[in-house]
Write a protein that binds this ligand. Structure first.
Ligand SMILES: Nc1ncnc2c1ncn2[C@@H]1O[C@H](COP(=O)(O)OP(=O)(O)OP(=O)(O)O)[C@@H](O)[C@H]1O
Length: 306
């Protein structure tokens, strides 16, 4: 494991239950998260993201495979890993009667070199609700307290399971800034999200999981580059000659072309249409996006190994 690798996972498997009831949620995952980067783990519900994170966090043992976190074993070296890692679980439990300030104080008492409560309140924009009891907070405010707790120990590695679920757009953007700030300070962040825009905004590297396996990974640009762009339009002309390279389909009145290389295909289409005097109504041309790739993978249309 290189010094610049914060998390290394090899052949990870995780099975729930035994015998006939056994279910393998993680089916041979390899993952490398470089130190100082933001890495997003994406996948539909049930893909196995949380099951993978729980092993990385040392909260569950692997059924098979190897996991190193900051060069350590997350179970055997749990104490050391926990000291250096901040974890945000998908669901957390708070004492409903404690105020936000008391909750942060209690948490700070459990870590070394803790941020002051004031610093945490400012970091997560929680000053206004500092004296409010946890049970009185909105879902988004509770999530921000969760995050404040995860960051209390100034961790060098932060593992965030759906950090912005339930947050309004303004709070979500604030969390994005926070994650960028963590990276700027040299921290490593591994996060899951269902917001593809969040991955596009934040992630240096993306891994997409499906049915317990990683089926695609790279930078957003790399992931998107291997997938077809789409051109669509409506035209009354039935005999328009379409670019050779295009895979053609129909969506109601619209003709839809899927092409590997958008610019030459679009140029050819526009020239042909002009020469034929044909109008292309509601013309739309777009490169693949992380969302279109994700949906294609989720629907098992492409890129999924047998
Ligand atoms: N304790 C458990 N016992 C049995 N099956 C489980 C258990 N926990 C999770 N699973 C199953 O394992 C699969 C993977 O779940 P996991 O929570 O890892 O997915 P996920 O990708 O994090 O999903 P989500 O996006 O919904 O959080 C799911 O089919 C889930 O039902």
């Amino acid at each position: 494991m290189s010094e610049t690798t914060a998390i290394q996972v090899r052949g990870l498997r995780r099975t729930y239950g035994e015998g006939d009831a056994a279910f393998e949620a993680v089916r041979g995952v390899d993952l490398d998260v470089s130190a100082g980067t933001v890495h997003a783990l994406l996948g539909v519900n049930g893909a196995g993201k949380t099951s993978t994170l729980e092993v990385i966090e040392g909260l569950a043992p692997a059924t098979a495979g190897e996991v190193r976190v900051l060069g350590l074993d997350p179970v055997a070296d749990r104490h050391e890993v926990r000291r250096r890692t901040g974890v945000l679980l998908q669901r957390s439990g708070f004492v409903a009667d404690l105020t936000v300030r008391e909750t942060l104080q209690m948490w700070a008492a459990t870590v070394t070199d803790a941020r002051s409560v004031e610093e945490s309140l400012v970091l997560l924009n929680l000053e206004r609700v500092a004296e409010t009891r946890m049970r009185g907070l909105s879902g988004g405010e509770q999530r921000r307290v969760d995050l404040a707790c995860a960051l209390t120990g100034r961790p060098e590695l932060v593992v965030l399971d759906e950090p912005t679920t339930g947050l309004d757009p303004e709070s979500r953007h604030a969390v994005w800034e926070l994650v960028r700030g963590l990276r700027a300070q040299g921290a490593t962040v591994l996060l899951t999200t269902h917001y593809l825009e969040e991955a596009e905004q934040l992630a240096d590297q993306v891994s997409i999981m499906r049915a317990g396996r990683i089926v695609q990974e790279g930078t957003v640009a790399e992931i998107v580059a291997g997938h077809p762009a789409e051109i669509s339009f409506r035209t009354p002309a039935r005999d328009l000659v379409l670019p050779d390279a295009a895979e053609v389909s129909r969506d109601g009145e619209r003709t839809v072309l899927r092409v590997a290389d958008l610019q030459p295909a679009l140029t050819e289409l526009l020239l042909t249409a002009r020469e034929a005097g044909v109008s292309l109504e509601m013309l739309d041309a777009r490169s693949a996006t992380l969302e279109s790739v994700f949906l294609a993978l989720a629907a098992d249309r492409e890129g999924v190994p047998a």
